[in-house]
Every structure is written in structure tokens, then in C-alpha cells.
Design a protein around this ligand. Structure first.
Ligand SMILES: CC(C)(COP(=O)(O)OP(=O)(O)OC[C@H]1O[C@@H](n2cnc3c(N)ncnc32)[C@H](O)[C@@H]1OP(=O)(O)O)[C@@H](O)C(=O)NCCC(=O)NCCS
Length: 179
């Protein structure tokens, strides 16, 4: 089977990105959140206008993971003022999602490598992200790939203020951190 491919999302792929991102968000969080909060968040953060705005934002990039041309995962990277916390010399993984039936098959690791490579190209020192305290699988994935908790912040899902751990990994220009 050909290896999974990573490619930057083009603005003409707005609808595909929006649908895939919404589906992954629902798959991941609907069972642990109220329907009201889920629909509030989806309306605010996953509208065509909102995603178009992000695709046009100079300090934001999206990448797809593809299997034979089919979308199986995506990554959103923010830097500079586009970060949710304005951290110096840092790049934020704002979103990283793999379709359920492709989880556990190294797609997430490939997307992490892409984020790291991009951080290196920007000359950044840190790659960081926020992860919900209840998302233990994802925390396991990040810890396995060398990320460590360095702070915490609040993530608002609808009206629910949730605790997110902030995790980061140092970007070594001469070393490949992700196996
Ligand atoms: C977290 C996530 C991006 C990891 O990507 P992935 O392609 O499943 O992970 P990989 O195959 O590259 O790495 C596998 C490791 O991830 C961890 N992992 C996390 N979630 C997993 C899952 N659902 N299935 C299998 N492994 C998972 C395991 O630690 C696994 O290590 P192991 O193979 O030694 O057991 C992906 O599972 C996912 O999209 N989860 C749902 C959405 C989510 O939580 N996103 C992060 C929000 S902060």
C-alpha cells in the first residue's frame, strides 16, 4: 500500500476541509459533551466563513493526510499572532485529527513530523499544543512523542470552560524528534 501523503490544503478545498474537520470534532468530543455545547461550538468555530478566514490568515496553515488521494487526517498550525497564546519563538498545533478508522497507523506521527518540519523552517524553538485533560489517548500520543506539560489554559466548548494542558517539545534544528 502506498505510504500516506501529506499536502498543504488549498483554499479551493475549503468545503472538504470543513466537512472533515467537523466530522472529526464530533467523533472525538460528542460523547463527553452536551449536544447544546457541541452545536454552539460547531456553529461558532466550524462555519464556512470561519474556516475561510483561517485559510486566508497569513500565520495559519492547514495540511491534509491522504491515503490514495482520500482525506484521512488534517493538521492546523498557527504561529506569531495567530497562536491562541502569544508565545515567543513558538509554533502551535491548533488542531490535529485522524479519521477514526485510520487511528493507530502512524498518520498522527506523520502530521506531527510535518508540524515539526514547518517549525524548523520558521526557525522556531518550541512546538506546542493544548489538549483537554480528559483526552487521555491524545495525551498518551503526545507524551510518547516527547511532548511535556508546561502550563494550562481554558478552552471554551460552547459555554463549558474546560481545562487544557499545554504541552510542548523543543525543536532541535539538527535532529528529528518524531520516530
Ligand atoms: C491523537 C491522534 C491524532 C494520534 O494519531 P494516530 O494516527 O492515531 O497515532 P499514531 O498511529 O501516529 O501513533 C500511535 C500512538 O498514538 C496513541 N493513540 C492515541 N489515540 C489512539 C487511537 N485512537 N488509536 C491508537 N493509538 C492511539 C497511542 O499511544 C499509539 O501508540 P502505540 O502505537 O505505541 O500504541 C489520533 O488518534 C486522533 O485523531 N484522535 C482523535 C482526535 C484527537 O484527540 N486529536 C487531538 C486533539 S488535542
Amino acid at each position: 500500500m502506498p505510504p500516506f501523503e501529506i499536502k498543504e490544503v488549498h483554499i479551493s478545498e475549503l468545503k472538504e476541509l470543513l466537512q472533515f474537520a467537523r466530522d472529526c470534532f464530533v467523533d472525538t468530543y460528542a460523547s463527553q459533551n452536551t449536544a447544546e455545547n457541541m452545536s454552539l461550538y460547531l456553529k461558532e468555530e466550524f462555519s464556512e466563513e470561519k474556516i475561510l478566514e483561517l485559510l486566508n490568515e497569513p500565520n495559519v496553515k492547514f495540511f491534509f493526510a491522504l491515503n490514495g488521494g482520500e482525506i484521512i487526517g488534517y493538521l492546523q498550525i498557527n504561529w506569531g499572532k495567530a497562536q491562541s497564546e502569544n508565545l515567543d519563538s513558538s509554533v502551535e498545533i491548533a488542531r490535529i485529527y485522524v479519521r477514526k478508522d485510520f487511528q493507530g497507523r502512524k498518520t498522527g506521527s506523520l502530521l506531527l513530523k510535518q508540524a515539526l518540519q514547518f517549525g524548523k523552517e520558521l526557525g522556531a524553538k518550541w512546538l506546542w499544543l493544548g489538549v483537554w485533560e480528559k483526552n487521555t489517548k491524545a495525551m498518551d500520543f503526545y507524551q510518547k512523542n516527547g511532548f511535556q506539560i508546561f502550563d494550562q489554559h481554558i478552552f471554551k466548548l460552547g459555554s463549558d470552560e474546560q481545562l487544557d494542558w499545554m504541552m510542548r517539545i523543543k525543536i532541535e534544528q539538527d535532529r528529528d524528534e518524531i520516530s
